[in-house]
Write a protein that binds this ligand. Structure first.
Ligand code: UT7
Length: 333
């Protein structure tokens, strides 16, 4: 058996910054409310004019990750792409990433696990590498979700939170079983699917229905914020404990925790729960908002760029979100 290890990271965020003040001009909200409840100061929105989509941003982040890994696109054996905002309903965005990067006809798999998409993606790639089937797998996560949001006062509980961007890693085979991905932990609870969901397009009420029914809100995402929040704080903690236990680690062993950037209050709750210092937790929600599947990938890439992770560090990734899905990854860098 082999292990898989991160050998390259990259991220890309759109140029267009949208501040809380910008949002308060188009809906009833305020900088104070948004910062107090979520910690967010600004987010990025993909540019329609530039044709930015989940797959174009994913390709940009991937190019950086592949270059930093010291590889070229020809060395990648497989793509795992996580998003909830693909360019098309079908095909999934993985094939577009494959095409944009000029890769040969390698497989491209789409992961539909929303905020936990990057965690699920790492787990899938890790299995392919562990069994020896592939050597270098690109795991990329991207969201262009600003185009889906209801940007009126009616949709403000979601519109102020979510942002766009992409992050990528190259996971590669290592023969050192003490390095890289030590374990991954995945969970779901579909009974709560509708607490955070976008339920259309939906084959049972196709586009014609939408055109005929102007009151149909099913084409906008819905979130029961306080309900999701309560589950998030519990599941985040469980996923971290599960990963630590499996590896005989305790919270003191964590060098860096990168939680999914859902809400700064959730991250702070988890930080307190595990008695971690500010240096042990990476947050960037202040500048990007919640970028769903991309959030951990972007944060990991930034943390690497800022030299916050050293050789042999124990890095914990944890996510919770729509599905509900949640999970964690324990890495020795
Ligand atoms: O990434 C996937 C997982 N997602 C999450 O983990 C998100 C979890 N949930 C949350 O982060 C929080 O629930 C929110 C930030 C979404 C909302 O914060 P909250 O403290 O739970 O507020 P609330 O939904 O209970 O709403 C409180 C009040 C309401 O007004 P009333 O009924 O008290 O008069 C809302 O209408 O705040 C109002 N409100 C807003 N006011 C100004 C909701 N959104 C806004 C807004 N600006 N953007």
């Amino acid at each position: 058996m082999f292990n898989s290890k991160v050998i390259g990271t990259g991220h890309y965020v759109p140029e267009k910054k949208v501040t809380n003040e910008d949002l308060s001009e188009i809906m009833e909200t305020s900088d104070d409310w948004i910062q107090e409840r979520t910690g967010i100061k600004e987010r990025r929105w993909a540019s329609k004019e530039l044709g930015e989509t989940a797959s174009t941003m994913a390709a940009k982040a991937s190019e950086i990750a592949i270059k930093k890994a010291g590889l070229t696109h020809k060395d990648i054996d497989f793509i795992v792409f996580a998003t909830l905002s693909p360019d098309y309903y079908f095909p999934g965005g993985g094939v577009q990433v494959q095409h944009l990067l000029g890769m040969h006809t390698i497989g491209a798999l789409d992961v539909r696990a929303q905020c936990s998409g990057f965690i699920y993606g790492i787990s899938v790639a890790d299995q392919f590498i562990k069994t020896g089937m592939y050597k270098n797998v690109l795991v990329v996560a991207a969201e262009a979700q600003s185009g889906l949001l209801d940007k009126s006062t009616r949709g403000r509980n979601m519109a102020v939170i979510f942002g766009d961007g992409a992050g990528a890693i190259v996971l590669s085979r290592t023969e050192d079983n003490n390095k890289g991905v030590l374990s991954t932990h995945l969970h779901s609870e579909g009974q709560y699917a509708e607490e955070l969901a976008l339920t259309s397009p939906n084959p049972s009420k196709w586009v014609k229905h939408f055109k005929d029914d102007k009151e149909d809100l099913s084409y906008f995402p819905y979130m029961n914020g306080p309900f999701v929040f309560k589950h998030a704080v519990t599941r985040f903690s469980e996923a971290i404990v599960e990963g630590l236990d499996q590896n005989n680690f305790s919270a003191e062993d964590i060098d860096l925790l990168i939680p999914h950037q859902a809400n700064l209050r959730i991250s702070q709750f988890v930080q307190k729960r595990f008695k971690l210092s500010d240096n042990q937790v990476y947050n960037n929600i202040q500048k990007y908002g919640n970028t769903t599947a991309a959030s951990i990938a972007i944060a990991l890439s930034e943390a690497v760029e800022q030299n916050k992770i050293k050789e042999n560090d124990i890095v914990v990734l944890a996510a919770f979100g729509s599905g509900f899905t949640w999970g964690s990854v324990i890495l020795r860098w």
